[in-house]
Each structure stands twice: as C-alpha cells, then as structure tokens.
Design a protein around this ligand. Structure first.
Ligand code: MOS
Length: 774
C-alpha cells in the first residue's frame, strides 16, 4: 500500500489493514456511495401497511388452532389427566396428554437433561400438561379448560440465594446446582494489598422477560412425510435442526420459513416444545395447525433474563489504577439448565486493565421458567455491578469517574488465553467523545449542588461496556443473482429480526453493483430456498452476513466484467463497473451498458456466490460503548426520571445511520426498563405463581418513560481488519451500560447507592425513607 492510499485511510478514520492480505482477500471500502447513508427500510411499506406476512398472520385452508394446558403450580406431579369431556367438545379434533402414544417423545432442555414432552413431573408454572387442536382458538381454549388434572402439589424454591440451602426444596433429584465456573489470573490478595482503597458490595438484578411484540409460535403443516413450519424465530436453520432432531426427521424433510418476525431479543433463537406439539397435532389430524402462545404463556414459559446475585470486591490505587477484582455470582437457570450465569462475570474479567482477577459463578435451579439468552447475556448484569463499583471507587479516590475509566483501558483481551489484541478498541473514544457531547464536566458541576438541598435532585452518571463478540466466522453463504434487465435478487438465510438486516444487506449489494435498492428483490430466512445461516443473535448478523453479501456481489461483478471483456475485446482487469455501464480504465471510450452485455443477455442471469471469511486469527473483535445520562429524583415519592441520554458506540462502520440509531434508541429503552421498572414478580412465599404475567403489571417502558433528549453518537472506527465491511455489531452493546449509568446518576443525585434492580418508585421510596429514619 502506498503512502497516499494510507493517507486516505487515516483521513476517513479507517484502520489501515496490517496484513498484506486484508480479511477475506478483499480490500476495505475507501469511499462508499450507499453504505453509511440513512436509507429507510427497504421493507418499510410492507411493515407499515400490514402486507408483510408474519408467522402469526399465516392462515391456511383447513387450519386448526392449538391451545396448551399448562401446570399452574411451580412444582407438582401430575397424578392423572381426564380429557374425556374435552375430547367430546364441539370443534375439538385432537387432544394430547402424557398418555398419548404419539407424544412419547423426549424434549432436550440440554444435551444431558431431557424430559418427556408432557412430563408428569412439573418443575415450573407453565410446564405443558396437555394440548388440544380445534377448529377455532376459542374451542381449543374451552377444551383446555375442560381437562381435569389431579396434581400433587410439592414444595418449591424460587430464590437463587436459597437454592443451595440444605432445607430448600429440590428442583431436580440430583440437587439444585447446575454448575460452578471459576476463573483466575494474577493474585487478588496481592492486588488488594497494593490498593489504597478496597471496596466490597453486593448487587442483585431481578429476572426480566423478553416480551417481544410478536408472540412465540408457529404454523405447522405436513405434505406426506415432509413438514413445513412458519415460525416466529431468530433463525430458521436452528429451528429446522431442533425439530428434525426431536422428531427424527431428515433435515431435508423439515422446511422452516420466517421471512418476517416480530422480535425475539434472544428468546427465539431455538425451537420451543410448542413447535413440536404443533407438528405432532398436525400429523395426527392431517390438518395444518396454528400454535401461538398467549401473552401470559410467554411470560412464564418463553424464557427470561436470569435473576442474579453478585458480590464484587475491588481495589484501586490513589492514582486510579485497578489492582484487584474479585467477583462471585449466583444466577438461576430456572427449572432446567439454561445458562443462568452465562457471561455474568465477563465484564469483570475483560473490560478494564487489571492484573489480578478472580471470579466464580454458580448456576442453580429454581422452580421458575427456564432462562433464555436475553440481549447481551450476562452483560447488563455484569455492568450493573462493575460499573457501579467503578463509580464508587472513583468517588473514594476523589477522581472523575470518566477519568478513572480512561486510566484503565486495555488494548488486548486479558480474559482470553495469550492476551490477544483487539482488532480495534474505541472505548477511550466512546468515553471522551461521549463526555464531550454530553457536557459531562459542566453537568457534574451544575448538578452537584442539588445533592444537599431540596427534595427534587439531579445527578449525572456514566457507564461503559463491551460486548464479547463482534461477528462470527463461517459458515455464511449468500447468493446474488443479476438479471438481464439489471435488477437483482439477494438470497440469504439470515432472519431480519426487526433490526434492518435486509436494508443493510441491500445497501451492500447496491454499493458493489450500483443497483438501486428498489431494484433488488430479497429472499431470506427460508430453509427451503435460502442459504445456510446461523441465527440472528449475538449482535453478529451485520458483521457476519454483510461480508458474505459483499463477496456474492463481487462474484457477480467479476463475472459481469469477464463477459463485458469479451464484447469490448479488452482484459477484464482493465474494466470497471460505473453505474449502469462497464468502462475501460485505460480507454474510457470503450464501454458497454450492463443490459447490453451479450453474455448476460444470453445467460439471462449471473449467479454470484459469497462466503464469509474467518475473523483474523489471534485477534479479538469486540464492540465498545460508553453511555451518559442525567436523572431527576424526587426524594419524597421515590420517582426517578431519565432526563437525557448520550450513547457513544464503537461498533465499527456505521452501515446505515437510521438503523444504527434505531438500535441505540431501542437498546437504551430496554436498559431503562432493566434499570427502573422491569421485574418478574413471583409469589415466592405462598403460591409460587408469577403475579405480573401481562403487559399491564409487568412494566415495559413506554414513550413517556424515555427521554426526548436522546443522542446516538457513533464513534466510527471502521474496523477493516475485522472483516470486509468493517462493522462489529451493535444490537447488544446498546443495552449493556444503560442501567448502570442510570444507577450512577441516581447515586450522584441522591448520595444513595441502589444495588438492587429495578429502581422502582416503591423501592426508591422505601430506601429514602429508611435512610431518613436511620
Ligand atoms: Mo441474542 S441474546 O444473541 O438474540
């Protein structure tokens, strides 16, 4: 690479590729025409007009509706099921219970823990006991209510802090421990001895529910021995694999379609028991079956962010150097193994430079619905503890909290073997640019005075974060087809889970082939017609799929130039695609319109195939974040409001400014829910039932709960050594520091550290009252 080219990279904040061969053997974009523009969604019309067909919209001729009978107790054994009355009811076409021979199937909660589809042992409120298929949903529900079940109700445990007590009820015969994981580097005792200040604090977070707009469910239909499923899912191939495994079908006999879906946040990465039941009922009745959970069912049985209790001890020197971090956490998988402590300690291990770190996490069973991955598994919880601790340490050594963080920024991943460097780290830029955009120093000074007087108090807070992944390795295959009239088809297996995947990918094709996005037809998320893709999750869809899309478009371009070279009688290497023309670089008078290329006209279509290359070896690709907010707290009522928010994010290249900002605002809103209102409330002492399993009592933030003054600040460091589009992923980082930033602002406003989430009005009011009385 010559010096001028390097200057171009620098000028545009693009990291100069270090290796002679950049990722995937493809050069990073130096200038883009389409990528990076604020292009509205390519499917905005379909989504807004209602013409987009979501799985819950699918209606097939002769379709039956399914409803499930679920155990109302947190722990019980089914002694008997009497479905005689239900079977005779109007419209009922099939009833399935544990006694049904065709339902004698094992459901894999994990590779080791399996229970029957309708298992007599019920370990959480919401375990499936029976299923009905009927002509209408109302008939199905009426029949479910007519099934008589004799339960032996058992004692239960629902608090992760009590799960391992000897006298607690046992969720599984083997005991309530799922597993303990330990990590250690350096010597924490030595670290604490070197510190000038050592602090220790307990933190806790309540369980949250995903509550996506579209409910969980599917429509299942058989044609002879092959099954088609329209499922609201984050990945059609993961659903296909699970269904094929459980029903012992060849993959080719299971087609899963999910071209649109209404949100998942991690709860729709995998097939649910209900999908299998729908398929079995469809087979039994020889009719298509629609099986969508009710809102109440999704609250108890479709996953949650696990509750967790964390103890964090931290040492710092007077000049702001972290010397030791010791973390122990207990999380709850729910009734079956489900990653109750997945990544719970990750930020403690890896966010800041610290030579001495020890962590221990213990995952336990409780009698509640199994957890599922939830937008940045473990990370918002980890940030809740670590980022509040950083705030407390800063105060203890009399440093600005932003400065303390800046003092401890790593350039490599300490938690991974061999300390691999990051391909890029914008943590410093996020903190500095975010602080500047927020007016951090001034705001801290301005609000500091309100701490002592009055009952309406203001404060500001900051928190940072990283996300453990930044785009996956292969497999990812994409096909782009260019038709003879210059329009094109993009064929990819990845689901657009509402984030704008289709739009971003269309922009990548447009960038390479000069096609207007509206000339592009997108085919996605159908195992019958599109290419293999891993589920859309882990903030990896854009960084994983966009390089494959780019590669497919480049493959089309290469073939097109070769065909044009035959017409123009020049070397293909001398040709360039410019708009709708192919032009010779040496002799610009030699050119041909794309539509006039003989080879394209003859063939009718050029098919380009693109594969995702691997991430660079020995390096770590992670996105980084810093968020700032100002809050107002009423010391008499306990009401806290977020007044303004600045979210600074290093996620590599901004592919589309509109979808980027959408992610930021959505993630911050979700973080506000975690911080202020959202909590699964179980009646732990009496019935063990969830008491707020609806959108009225479970408080998701609304437009009234988010600040109008919200700024998305991309810290755009195009990461050209990560992959060929330079993006690192954004979906999860946006919700990682949020709650901790708000808690720090509440502390700044009130002088009180709120260690337990959510910081509801009731909780704050109680804490302020107790403090006043003390
Ligand atoms: Mo996500 S929690 O990987 O959908």
């Amino acid at each position: 690479m010559n010096k001028d080219e390097k200057e171009l990279y620098y000028a545009q904040n693009i990291a100069v590729p270090e290796t002679p061969k950049p990722a995937g053997g493809v050069r990073p974009w130096l200038r883009t025409k389409v990528v990076g523009m604020p292009l509205p969604r390519v499917d905005a019309y379909e989504r807004l007009s209602g013409t987009a067909v979501y799985p819950s919209d699918v209606v097939l001729p002769d379709m039956l509706y399914c409803a499930l009978l679920r155990c109302p107790h947190p722990s019980a054994v089914v002694r008997s099921v009497d479905a005689n009355n239900a079977e005779k009811m109007t419209g009922v076409r099939a009833v399935m219970t544990g006694a049904s021979k065709d339902a004698d199937i094992l459901w894999p909660w994990s590779s080791d823990v399996k229970t029957r589809l309708f298992d007599p042992q019920c370990r959480f409120e919401g375990e499936v006991v029976a299923a009905v298929a009927a002509e209408t949903p109302y008939q199905a529900w009426d029949a479910v209510r007519a099934i008589k079940v004799n339960y032996e109700v058992l004692p239960f445990v629902q608090d992760e802090r009590l799960a391992l007590d000897a006298n607690s009820a046992r969720v599984h015969r083997e005991g309530n421990k799922v597993k303990t994981e330990k990590y250690e580097r350096g010597d924490v005792a030595k670290g604490f001895a070197e510190a000038d200040v050592v602090l220790e604090q307990m933190f806790r977070n309540e369980s949250e529910i995903h509550t996506p707009m579209e409910l969980h469910g599917c429509v299942a239909k058989w044609d002879n021995d092959s099954l088609t499923i329209w499922e609201s899912a984050q990945g059609v191939y993961s659903i296909q694999a699970r269904v094929a495994e459980v029903l012992r079908l060849p993959l080719a006999k299971v087609r899963v379609i999910g071209k649109y879906m209404g949100g998942g946040f991690g709860s729709k990465l995998q097939a649910d028991k209900s999908t299998i039941i729908a398929a079995l009922l469809a087979r039994k009745t020889a009719r298509p079956v629609k099986m969508f959970l009710s809102r109440e069912e999704t609250f108890v049985a479709a996953g949650n962010r696990p509750p967790g209790t964390m103890k964090l001890k931290a040492g710092v020197t007077r000049d702001g150097r972290l010397t030791g971090l010791e973390f122990s956490g207990v999380g709850a998988s729910g009734a079956y193994p489900a990653g109750g402590t997945a990544l719970l300690d990750w930020l403690v291990r890896d966010l800041y430079t610290c030579p001495n770190v020890r962590t221990e996490t213990t995952d336990v069973y409780i009698n509640a619905g199994p957890a599922r991955p939830f937008r940045a598994p473990g990370h918002p919880q980890s940030a809740w503890a670590l980022e509040q601790m950083m705030d407390a340490l800063a105060e203890a050594v009399n440093m600005d909290p932003v400065d303390l963080r800046l003092r401890n920024i790593p350039s490599f991943s300490q938690a991974r073997p061999g300390d691999p460097p990051y391909t890029s780290t914008g943590l410093k830029e996020c903190l500095e640019k975010g602080a500047e955009a927020f007016g951090w120093k001034e705001a801290r000074k301005r609000t500091a005075g309100s701490q002592k007087t009055g009952y309406i108090r203001r404060g500001v807070g900051v928190a940072a974060g990283l996300w453990v992944a930044g785009g996956g390795n292969p497999p990812s295959t994409v096909i782009v087809k260019l038709f003879a009239d210059g329009s094109a088809n993009l064929n990819m297996g990845a689901s657009d889970i509402g984030t704008g995947t289709k739009t971003v990918m269309a922009m990548v094709v447009a960038e390479e082939l000069g096609i207007k996005p509206e000339m592009l037809q997108i085919e996605n998320a159908d195992t019958g017609t599109t290419q293999y893709a891993t589920p859309s999750g882990g903030s990896k869809t854009v960084p994983t799929e966009s390089p494959a899309v780019r590669a497919a478009a480049l493959d089309v371009k290469k073939q097109l130039l070769e065909l044009a070279a035959q017409d123009l009688k020049v070397d293909a290497a001398d040709l360039e695609l410019a708009g709708d023309e192919i032009v010779s670089l040496r002799d610009p008078s030699k050119k041909v319109k794309v539509m006039a290329v003989t080879g394209l006209k003859k063939r009718g279509v050029i098919v380009g195939v693109g594969y995702r290359g691997p991430n660079p070896e020995g390096k770590v690709v992670n996105p980084f974040a810093a968020q700032f907010c100002e809050v107002e707290v009423n010391m008499r009522t306990g009401e806290a409001r977020v007044l303004r928010f600045v979210a600074a994010h290093d996620s590599g290249r901004v592919m589309n400014r509109l979808t980027f900002d959408n992610q930021v605002f959505g993630g911050v809103t979700m973080g506000i829910g975690f911080a202020m209102t959202e909590a699964r409330v179980l009646d732990r002492s009496q019935t063990g039932k969830m008491v707020n399993k609806n959108w009225h009592d479970y408080k998701v933030p609304t437009a009234l709960d988010v600040p109008t003054d919200m700024t998305s600040l991309p810290v755009e460091l195009v990461d050209s050594s990560a992959n060929t589009t330079g993006a690192k992923g954004l979906g999860e980082p946006v919700t990682i520091p949020t709650a901790a930033a708000i808690a720090n602002a509440v502390h700044h406003a009130t002088g009180t550290r709120i260690a337990e989430s959510p910081m509801s009005t009731v909780r704050l009011c109680r804490i302020f009252m107790e403090k006043k009385q003390a």
